[in-house]
Design a protein around this ligand. Structure first.
Ligand SMILES: Cc1cc2nc3c(=O)[nH]c(=O)nc-3n(C[C@H](O)[C@H](O)[C@H](O)COP(=O)(O)OP(=O)(O)OC[C@H]3O[C@@H](n4cnc5c(N)ncnc54)[C@H](O)[C@@H]3O)c2cc1C
Length: 143
């Protein structure tokens, strides 16, 4: 099928929110589902943004594979951990199901992780500079 034909088929198929490990809908192999609205009962994932982002990237790669005439592959989701804000300057971080950090260091790890996930370097610098300024002035004002 041509790329245009594939694209039309992708758009015109019926949406079904149950999906297999390739994020494809059951009974509708050229429609993909990911994020909070989808579930693979054999491998359920938490309804979180980190899962939705990774499933979205896998769906994009699989749509591209279908257009190129290749087979879609399984979506791998790696849970990086949990980050929690506790008040203004404290936090808790559980990383890769192995390390637990809390207190001010947990707060720093949480901020640094969000910083690393921002979409563009320019935004990263802007938010990073603001965050460092806040950290430094908060320390100075605390003394
Ligand atoms: C208060 C709160 C805090 C959270 N904190 C975290 C967190 O710290 N970390 C984390 O990983 N996850 C967190 N989550 C979960 C995270 O927000 C979701 O898992 C993630 O947004 C799912 O992404 P999604 O694209 O599947 O759905 P959504 O982000 O919900 O996107 C669905 C979109 O579809 C639109 N839509 C709905 N119906 C229609 C329609 N009929 N036509 C057109 N558009 C439609 C909606 O307006 C929405 O923009 C939090 C959720 C909540 C509610």
């Amino acid at each position: 099928m041509s790329a245009a034909g594939q694209s039309k088929a992708l758009k015109s198929s019926v949406f079904n929110n149950r999906s297999d490990h390739r994020r494809r809908s059951f009974g509708c192999g050229d429609v993909f589902a990911g994020g909070d609205c989808s579930v693979n009962t054999d491998d359920p994932q938490p309804a979180t943004a980190q899962v939705a982002y990774q499933q979205g990237a896998a769906i994009a790669a699989n749509i591209s594979a279908l257009i190129d005439g290749d087979e879609p592959s399984a979506a791998e989701v790696n849970l990086r951990g949990t980050l929690l804000k506790l008040g203004m300057e404290k936090g808790a971080a559980e990383i890769f199901d192995r390390f637990e950090i809390s207190g001010h260091l947990g707060h720093v790890v949480r901020h640094a992780t969000y910083l690393s996930l921002l979409p563009t370097p320019a935004r990263n610098i802007k938010v990073g500079a603001q965050w460092l300024t806040d950290e430094i002035f908060e320390q100075v004002l605390d003394v």
